[in-house]
Design a protein around this ligand. Structure first.
Ligand code: IFM
Length: 452
């Protein structure tokens, strides 16, 4: 029997500004930390940059035509802050707002929900020069930017995400230095996480005040965390890791508190927490966005785990080996999605949930007929959608699903080597080809059901 999804379920695909737009200097756009980072030799594989990417800044009508061809009903994209405020402060750049206005109008004309994220990692470089996310002033600046965007587009756009994956951009950017701005500073990282939480609350209130009719969420990256063994120590470590990886930004917004992840207590002074901050970071979101790719298997470490463990102790993010691997080396483990949906529903009183990203990297290319026969991607989506269906049957209030990604695109420090699209892109010419997975996914969307 086909597995039917609820009426009105949104079937979508997701992208992000720096990963697809190109046009890095067009129409008054300022420099972002990703422009600076990718232009610095040695930071991105093969010296790739997002200067041109999929050129969606100019070719977005083709992207929308592909969404329509698949019968998708939601398009998650992101807004590049430096297109709106080139230096991150001051008056809006009209041309930048107009670009997103044209994109939104074209989506609405195609009957597709525009579903933007305000911040998918392209911070104006000028704000990083002033201290970046560890600097408390950034929270207020981000709220100003959020208000500008919502005042310009909120008449037509009703569903919004504030951040994409706050955990990833703070960890990769300020702790590990693998992503822009490339800093490796545990204390700066901790402060950055707190300022992001403050910015989340500030932006939420600014958006609500500007327009009362918006549905506001954030896309949190999550993975189901499993202990590596039956030992009590590993079970404790796994639970702390869940709190640190999955709840560090969610709990502050929904509950106005940090989860208890550190055995020796919250490192308040290292984080720069001040009186009144807990109330300020509260943001009663209308929905929880979840990006999930795989699971994490965690075990306790002896000692304090070293500075990069930040006192949380366990080894995290270690994937399992039981499932097949994508070309990125990530384990395909659909049950992780079921587990996290059920857990977040239970722990947070069944909030509306949007799956804001889920997908896989496989390098399949067009054959002699120009067909991209990416059967492993179809198997991936089939497995994860079955898990979503099961979670809904088990009580999770899931409202939509977004494949990551609509297009093969700039995969951050990996450059163009990892292809996540349901649409293949020729990065020399910009030509797009709908992959077989895209055709299959379109069939699911049209039927609002997963076939047997
Ligand atoms: O490409 C990224 C995206 O920007 C954020 N979530 C994970 C994707 C795959 O790594």
């Amino acid at each position: 029997m086909p597995r039917q999804f609820p009426d009105g379920f949104f079937w979508g695909a997701a992208t992000a500004s720096y990963q697809i737009e190109g046009a890095w200097q067009a129409d008054g756009k300022g420099e972002s930390i990703w422009d600076r980072f990718s232009h610095t030799p040695g930071k991105v594989k093969l010296g790739h940059t997002g200067d041109v990417a999929c050129d969606s800044y100019h070719r977005f009508p083709e992207d929308i035509a592909l969404l329509k061809e698949m019968g998708l009903t939601s398009y998650r994209f992101s807004i590049a802050w430096p297109r709106i405020q080139p230096t991150g402060r001051g008056a809006a750049n009209r041309a930048g707002l107009d670009y997103y206005g044209r994109l939104v109008d074209a989506l609405l004309a195609a009957g597709i929900r525009p579903f933007p994220t305000l911040y998918h990692w392209d911070l104006p470089q000028a704000l990083e020069d002033d201290g970046g996310w560890p600097h408390r002033d950034l929270a207020g600046r981000f709220a100003d930017y959020a208000e500008i965007v919502v005042r310009a587009l909120g008449d037509r756009v009703k569903g919004w995400m504030i951040f994409n994956e706050p955990n990833i951009f703070t960890t990769m950017g300020y702790l590990l230095g693998i992503h822009a701005p490339g800093r490796r500073d545990p204390e700066a990282f901790l402060r950055a996480t707190h300022v992001v939480n403050l910015a989340h609350g500030d932006a939420f209130r600014a958006m609500r005040a500007a327009r009362g009719d918006l549905s506001i969420g954030t896309a949190f990256n999550m993975s189901a965390v499993e202990p590596a063994s039956d030992s009590v120590a590993d079970a404790d470590a796994a639970e702390r890791w869940h709190r640190f990886m999955n709840e560090w930004f969610l709990r502050p917004s929904l509950r106005g508190e940090y989860p208890e992840a550190h055995p020796k207590g919250l490192p308040e002074s290292a984080m720069g927490i001040e009186a009144g901050d807990f109330a300020r970071m509260r943001a009663p979101l209308d929905f929880v966005g979840i990006n999930l790719y795989t699971r994490a298997i965690v075990k306790a470490l002896p000692g304090d785990g070293g500075p990069l463990s930040l006192g949380v102790l366990p080894v995290g993010g270690v994937g399992g080996d039981a499932g097949p691997k994508t070309d990125f080396g990530w384990e395909v483990w659909p049950d992780a999605l079921h587990q996290i949906l059920v857990r977040i529903s239970k722990d947070y009183d069944r909030p509306p949930i949007e799956i804001t990203e889920n997908g896989c990297s496989y390098a399949d290319a067009p054959d002699a007929r120009g067909v991209v026969d990416d059967t492993r991607r179809i198997a991936f989506y089939r497995g994860y959608l079955e898990a979503v269906h099961r979670a809904i049957a088990d009580g999770a209030d899931v409202r939509g699903y977004h494949a990551w990604s609509l297009l093969d695109n700039f995969e951050w420090a990996e450059g163009y080597e990892q292809r996540f699209g349901i649409v293949w892109v020729d990065f020399e010419t910009g030509r797009r080809i709908l992959k077989e997975s895209g055709r299959w996914y379109g069939g699911v969307a049209r039927a609002n059901a997963l076939p047997d």
